[in-house]
Structures are given as structure tokens and as C-alpha cells.
Design a protein around this ligand. Sequence first.
Ligand code: ZN
Length: 320
Amino acid sequence: MIKRRFRFMKHFQSSFYRTAAALAALLALAGAGQAASKLNIVATTQDLAALAREVGGDRITVESIAKGYQDPHFVEAKPSYLLRLMKADLLVAVGLQLEIGWLPPLQTQSRNSKIQVGAPGYLDVSSYCKILEIPAGQITRAMGDVHPMGNPHYWLEPENGRRIVKAIQQKLSEMRPDDAPYFGERYEDFSRRLTDAEKRWDAKMAPYRGRKVITYHRSWPNFSQRFGLDVVDYVEPKPGIPPTPQHTLDVINTMKRQGIKLILVEPYFDLRTPNSIAQQTGGQVLVLLPSVGGVKEVNDYFQLFDYDVNLLTEAFAKAK
Ligand SMILES: [Zn+2]
């Protein structure tokens, strides 16, 4: 029955079948070619992976090493990361020594010449961004300060997000000139959506400009400058140095004196000191996300700012 039907169709539609078969083979070939030619990108953080995805679309695959709920200064170097780096065409990094504790050994051990510092497949996006808190004079990690070259949390400012995407667009276009128009269009689209989102975030934050806060780590200078927060002090005495009793006492006194009620804490820090400060000052601890992936519903750059702006404005509105 099937055979008879096949013969019947073959008789009448042989040319159609030949064309269809040729088309299917072509499509398979094109699909395989496209899949094989996808640029394999490793980003050191989920923020950079999210931004690379914005511009790379379906022409890239991208994975991140540090997860958004981890302290990016201190990441445990797992063997699975090494495997990713061995296969990478491009490594995108935050730089300014953010990854100095874990990335250089992974790069070396990967033996992938494409992604070593100075090679075309290594992109440190800090050089394209506005960097704050650059120390005057000698560069030093004195007393364990983990920000010796300026503040490495600079992605927390939309204009820097835009510059990062632009830098990745230029790099991808160099690596894949045929796809340059595609990357260019995706950059323009991202930039337009970001401009719209910035209006939304500015409008929500506007009533609270100048509000004083304490933060745990120095993660927020770019964010604060952009949205008008006044960060008065930090739970850490220096970036990367755990709280000390004396410094904690100073923070409590500062908060009492200036009527500060909000302590912003990154999701990877111990809450005991912030909670005890809050108790003694009548303040509130707010876990604000410095990175995409800090909680599972925050999957891209826009959701990150939406999340933080909502959390902050709700807390400010309640505090009056
Ligand atoms: Zn830091």
C-alpha cells in the first residue's frame, strides 16, 4: 500500500521530490555550517555574558565563569571552566584586576593562545568604559584593597553597558566581517532599548536623588553617580577587607548622626554585621544585586536595573 502510493507520487512528483531533497540537503548543510561557525565566547561574569548575547544573537554561544550570586573577586577555579576556555574563540573580561585571583591561572592552563592577554581573542572591556575611583599615585593592593586600579564594578551604569556592547560589537565584527551588519543592527537595537529603559529608571529614581545609604562593598560608585545616591560609608573598612569592630562602630555612629536608614548588601556577603548595624540604628538591610544572575529571575542587563531600581524605590518610599 505504502509502496504503491510512493510509486504513484514518484511518478507525478519526481521533480518536486528532487528539488525538495536538494533543498533539504542544502538547508542541513547551511545549518551545520552556521552551527559550526558560531563564535565560542567565554565571559568572566554573567553581566558580560548577557551583554555579549545582546550583540551576538544567534551567531555566538556564550558562557560565563563567575555566577551573579558569587563575589566576582573570589571565584573558585573549577576544571569545567578550563574546558570552556580551551575551546573559546574570545574571552571577555571586566579587567582592573577584578579577576586577578582566578583568571590568569585558568588562561595559562587552557593553553589556548587565542585568549591570552594581548591576543586578538582577549577583550578587556574596562578600557572602553568610564572608570571611577582611580587611585592617584602608586598602584597598590595595600591592606588587601582589591580595587587598586579603579573601581571594577563599572558595568552598573547604563552608559558603560552601552560602551561594553559597542566594544563587543567591534570585536565580533573584526572576527566575523561577514556578520558585521548583523552585529551593527543588534547594537543599534540594544542602544535604543537601553535609552527607553533609562528614561523609566530615571523617572522612578528622580524623587530619591541625594538619599544617603551605606553599602557593604564599594560596588556602586557608577550606579550611585548615575542615579543620585549618596553612599556615605561602607561596612567593609576597605574593599575586600572584612568588617572590624572599630569600623562597624564608626558606621553605626555615622548612620545615627546623619539619620541614614538603608544598608545595601551584595548577595554574597555575610548578613550578621549588616543586621547588627541595622538593629542598632533602626535601619534596614537591603540585598541589592550587582550582577545578572544574582537571583534566578534576573537574566539580562535590563532585568538587573529593573530589579535594583524597584527594590530601592520601594525601600525609599517606605522610609519617607
Ligand atoms: Zn569590588
